[in-house]
Design a protein around this ligand. Structure first.
Ligand SMILES: Nc1ncnc2c1ncn2[C@@H]1O[C@H](COP(=O)(O)OP(=O)(O)OP(=O)(O)O)[C@@H](O)[C@H]1O
Length: 258
């Protein structure tokens, strides 16, 4: 590994690399979906990934969470090549909106609990801590009263909250959201966006979010993308003033509590 790369991966505080994409390319049949995409996301960045339909946004997210492999290029997560990365519980992923059959048998609580450490916990007995994490996640999304309802019986906006709670149950350091605002009414969109902005500013969570809502993206992440790569644009906002990035962890903790 070259010295510069090693150094950048070891930088402390907010300069830690959370996701690094190096020259990612991907094709299906003869169709090029992603071509030579490079981008770096640092701790406490909120990144809005924008692009037209079919630009490859979902494909890129699925690659980052290990569901598909890039045909060319490399991905590293928290400074570790994705092929060797093990701490998947540090990453919460909310895929594009699921349409649940109203008769789908799981309750909201069961769906949220199914996010615990991925597959490993599925067949284990739930501990007291698991139950309390679930209640915390339901509380954070203000859906405690829906815990015993069937997931299929909820509205689209309520289901989005459930999936966000499921992604939050492991207390992730990185949240990846694929069009979380689509198909829900404006009022719910606004309160949902307000909630994730709050999580970005007050908690140590890095965000990567795909959205088509340019007004909302620009209102928080600024008018112009930080980088463009083919058909993809990356809008970025750091959770606090960049000059404070050299501050100590104590400074960050105080901000967190403030
Ligand atoms: N497994 C696959 N097999 C065939 N084609 C695929 C596959 N996965 C993705 N594609 C194609 O890759 C292209 C990019 O798809 P992707 O879902 O990543 O786009 P997107 O930017 O997320 O689009 P949207 O904004 O519509 O959600 C599309 O043309 C899609 O049909």
């Amino acid at each position: 590994m070259n010295a510069g790369l090693l150094q950048s991966q070891q930088q402390p505080g907010c300069h830690q690399e959370i996701i690094r994409l190096d020259n990612i390319s991907f094709s299906v049949d003869s169709q090029t979906i992603l071509s030579d995409v490079s981008f770096t996301i640092k701790e406490r960045d909120f990144v809005g990934l924008i692009g037209s339909n079919g630009a490859g946004k979902t494909t890129l997210l699925r690659m980052i969470v290990g569901l598909i492999r890039p045909q060319q290029g490399a991905i590293s997560l928290f400074g570790i090549p994705s092929g060797q990365f093990k701490d998947w519980n540090h990453i919460g992923y909310v895929p594009q909106r699921n349409h649940f059959n109203p008769l789908f048998p799981a309750t909201v609580r069961e769906v949220v609990l199914s996010g615990l450490y991925g597959r490993k916990k599925l067949f284990k007995r739930l501990s007291k801590e698991d139950v309390s994490r679930c209640e915390d996640a339901l509380g954070a999304l203000k859906i405690q009263d829906l815990g015993d309802k069937r997931i299929g019986a909820l509205s689209g906006g309520q289901q989005q909250r459930v999936f966000l709670a499921r992604a939050l149950i492991n207390n992730p350091k990185l949240l990846i959201l694929d069009e979380p605002l689509s198909g829900i009414d404006i009022e719910t969109q606004q309160s949902f966006f307000h909630l994730i902005k709050h999580m970005h500013q007050r908690h140590n969570i890095t965000f990567l979010m795909v959205s088509h809502d340019m007004d909302m993206v620009r209102s928080y992440l600024g008018q112009e993308p930080k980088e463009k790569c083919g058909k993809l644009s990356f809008y970025v906002r750091h959770s606090h003033d960049l000059e404070d990035c050299d501050g100590t962890d104590l400074l960050h903790s105080l901000r967190k509590e403030g």
